[in-house]
Write a protein that binds this ligand. Structure first.
Ligand SMILES: NC(=O)c1ccc[n+]([C@@H]2O[C@H](COP(=O)([O-])OP(=O)(O)OC[C@H]3O[C@@H](n4cnc5c(N)ncnc54)[C@H](OP(=O)(O)O)[C@@H]3O)[C@@H](O)[C@H]2O)c1
Length: 286
């Protein structure tokens, strides 16, 4: 049996990847921190922020899919997990003689990106690019699907008769978590993807307001009020509103300001994916 190591195996994307890999007949070794986790994967206990060795079966591993990372809305310890954690995983792969490394970064990762999340993702990418491993880097936009913390909040907002949202004209390309999982898995087979970085945005560009409208589509009484926040104050205003439970945190809002105006279609072509649309996912018929 072929063994794949998935980090972040208890997370939103990591679970999706692990499940799909197991359906395909792979054995998944999931890096987990908690012994109490109910898991279908073979557990490898360890914490990327600690130096202790991972504890688990000593099996030959073909590839790493490195999903452990923070959600775009989180700010605590992002640098530690994305930078030190990725370095730790790269070293672990080298030590175990694993050459193939699929790294999950994020849209807008860049040295001068607006959020700590994206800047630390850029550093993590540099670690992977300079590792000497056969890497593929995936940069998903905001992912939707069951288990997304952001979409749970948007769904909650859309379940009320009204929503108040920060006004934003930037277009977001939400991407289905299953499509990102599929790309990560197909990267394992596709030699052409070695040494590539793929931006992964969904098929439709939409404003935040449109996303909430799609989610609330079957509610006839739903109304949205938008309010304008000057861009440079937005993060701090939303952070303050955070105390009363806003729909987005300041960090998430800043992350969503990254507009994917140019659809990077290479991932659709290279991996043969027909991406799921958010409008269909939230259609009253589905
Ligand atoms: N969600 C999005 O919309 C989005 C968009 C762009 C990029 N991304 C990136 O995609 C990847 C997956 O995101 P997600 O939404 O699936 O995240 P998630 O649901 O928050 O899952 C994060 C995973 O990382 C693990 N983890 C956290 N700290 C760790 C540590 N110190 N050592 C080992 N494992 C640790 C968590 O384990 P525990 O269960 O033990 O906490 C969990 O399994 C991340 O790299 C994220 O930055 C996400």
């Amino acid at each position: 049996m072929r063994n794949i190591l998935v980090t972040g195996a208890t997370g939103f994307l990591g679970q999706e990847i692990s499940h799909r890999l197991m359906v395909l007949g792979y054995r998944v070794l999931g890096l987990v921190r908690d012994i109490s986790d109910e898991l279908a994967v073979v557990p490898l206990f360890g914490d990327l922020l600690e130096t202790a060795d991972f504890i688990g079966p000593d099996l030959p591993i073909e590839a790493v899919i490195h999903c452990a990372g923070h959600h775009p809305g989180e700010t605590e310890d992002v640098e530690a997990l994305h930078e030190d954690g990725t370095k730790r995983m790269v070293d672990e792969a080298r030590r175990r003689g694993i050459r193939r490394f699929i790294h999950i970064s994020a849209i807008g990762a860049g040295f001068t990106a607006p959020t700590r999340f994206q800047r630390s993702k850029w550093v993590s990418e540099q670690i992977v690019v300079n590792s000497g491993l056969d890497y593929t880097i995936l940069r998903p936009h905001l992912m939707f699907g069951e288990g997304s913390a952001t979409f749970e909040r948007l769904e909650e907002a859309a379940n009320r008769p009204w929503a108040v949202l920060p006004e934003t004209h930037e277009l977001i390309q939400p991407v289905y978590v299953g499509d990102v999982a599929e790309v990560a898995i197909r990267s394992l087979w596709l030699d052409r993807s070695v040494g590539q970085i793929y931006d992964i945005g969904g098929p439709h560009s939409m404003r935040l307001e449109d996303i909430v409208r799609h989610i609330a589509r079957d509610s006839h009484f739903f109304r949205i009020w938008t309010f304008r926040i000057p861009k440079r104050y937005a993060a701090s205003v939303l952070q303050r509103l955070g105390r009363v439970g806003p729909i987005l945190t300041g960090e998430e809002w800043a992350f969503l300001q990254h507009e994917v105006t140019r659809q990077d279609v290479r991932w659709l072509i290279d991996f043969g994916i027909l991406p799921h649309s958010l409008a269909v996912y939230y259609s009253p018929l589905t």
